[in-house]
Design a protein. Structure first.
Length: 448
């Protein structure tokens, strides 16, 4: 009987001790619940109360929730590499003739002014002969003028002599009139000779311009020896029928459609395509930079500005990325596709990109300010499977706020609902507050 009473007393004492401990823990807890206590089974609390020391230890920092910047999804566009038009040259023949030799092939590097083909044409010899004729005519005009000017000077001297003799009574007045008439006639001849000389100069300049247009140098004549037209020596050949076709720009031969024996003409043709268009003898392009023309949708056109950097890739260079710069924007949209053409330039110093190659452009989406707030990812916590943030209340009070999350980009999360812009939230130390909530939930469940 005594043993039973003792055991009963010990049990009651142990129960009182446990209840006393639980009451003490509840009185010292840093968590409070506003209003009525929550129902049994709900392990969360809606507000956390901290002391100043606890805030410092936890590193609590708050900041207002700012409006989110929403970035549209990136867009990939396919296009084709093109040779830059501002450094591309078309090779053609300025005269009708037959191709004698082709000196370069596709892929060869050439310098501006370098001979790439030779064309035989009678137009070449005609142009050179015309120049020589005009040059000779100019020489004749100069000689004639000089002769007339010499005669005029003699006539003037004679006129003065006759006038002096007339004053002395030696020469008759008729002799004076004849001397004056001869001087006047020679002045007229001089004026005509000057006109002929100017005309000869104009004809020679026209012949010189024609030679330059054909890419020919002015024929050089050695007047120290007599010209022998029957000579076969190359050095004696003043007139030739061979025209050197020169490269208009420095670069690489990217197209060639000319072969020896073909007939060419000023239309830069070696014949016509089936559609009637003419084709160039060859195309030379400087491929140290290349162009890519992109059809940008209207929705992204505002985000593409001059100087914007665009990333490119091609399956011809796996694992490699190319950076281009927008150099031209279209001033109108295609009415059918609602796209605008954008031209990008890509540095191609290593000649990896070739005209006609398929290339993919990646356009980043535009960032637009949303009407919804965004919070740092570290401010967002998960309790009981729900996303929550802690909103700052009065001094040292932090209210737990369930939220619905939207898009996540980088270190920020857009909040669809549950939080208003400019509300002060915990951005550093949110995990500490979550730990306090979880600890109180465990303690509360144990006490119940």
């Amino acid at each position: 009987m005594f043993f039973k009473l003792c055991r009963s007393g010990l049990s009651v004492g142990f129960a009182l001790t446990v209840l006393g401990g639980c009451a003490m823990e509840r009185s010292q807890a840093s968590l409070v619940e506003p209003g009525n206590s929550q129902k049994s089974g709900n392990s969360s609390r809606s507000e956390v109360l901290l002391t100043g020391d606890q805030e410092r230890v936890a590193g609590i920092k708050t900041a207002p929730a700012r409006l989110a910047l929403v970035k549209s999804a990136p867009l990939e566009l396919s296009s084709t590499v093109e040779a830059p038009a501002d450094s591309t040259g078309i090779v053609y023949s300025p005269v009708n003739g037959v191709v004698a030799r082709v000196l370069v092939d596709v892929g060869d590097s050439v310098n501006a002014g370098e001979t790439v083909a030779l064309v035989n044409s009678p137009d070449i010899s005609d142009a050179q002969a015309s120049y020589l004729q005009d040059l000779a005519r100019l020489g004749q005009s100069k000689a004639l003028l000089k002769t007339i000017q010499t005669r005029l000077e003699i006539s003037r001297t004679n006129e003065k002599r006759v006038e002096a003799l007339n004053k002395e009574g030696i020469a008759a007045k008729k002799d004076v009139e004849n001397a004056r008439a001869a001087t006047v006639a020679l002045r007229s001849e001089e004026a005509a000779a000057v006109g002929a000389l100017n005309a000869a100069r104009a004809h020679l300049e026209a012949a010189r311009v024609k030679l330059r247009a054909l890419g020919l140098a002015e024929p050089k004549i050695d007047y120290s020896k007599e010209f022998d037209p029957a000579s076969t020596a190359t050095s004696d050949k003043i007139v030739t029928s061979s025209l050197p076709i020169r490269a208009p720009v420095s670069g690489v031969v990217v197209k060639k459609g000319v072969f020896p024996g073909q007939i060419v003409g000023p239309g830069s043709t070696i014949g016509s395509n089936p559609d009637g268009r003419t084709t160039a003898l060859m195309t030379i392009a400087d491929l140290r930079k290349v162009w890519v023309l992109l059809e940008v949708p209207q929705s992204l056109s505002a985000a593409v500005k001059l100087g914007k950097t665009i990333n490119f890739r091609t399956e011809s260079a796996p694992g490699r990325s190319f950076r281009g710069r927008v150099s031209k924007l279209a001033q109108s949209f295609n009415a059918d596709t609602r796209t605008a053409q954008v031209r990008a330039e890509i540095d191609n110093s290593d000649r990896v990109l070739k005209p006609g190659m398929l290339i993919i452009a990646s356009l980043e989406g535009e960032s637009i300010q949303s009407s919804k707030p965004a919070v740092p990812a570290k401010a967002l916590q998960t309790i009981d499977g729900k996303d929550v943030v802690f909103v700052k209340g009065s001094d040292h009070h932090y209210r737990l706020r369930p939220v619905a999350c939207g898009d996540r980009s980088g270190s920020a999360v857009e909040i669809e609902s549950g939080l208003r812009p400019e509300e002060e939230i915990v951005v550093d130390g949110a995990f500490f507050l979550k730990s306090e909530v979880m600890r109180e939930a465990i303690t509360g469940d144990a006490g119940e």
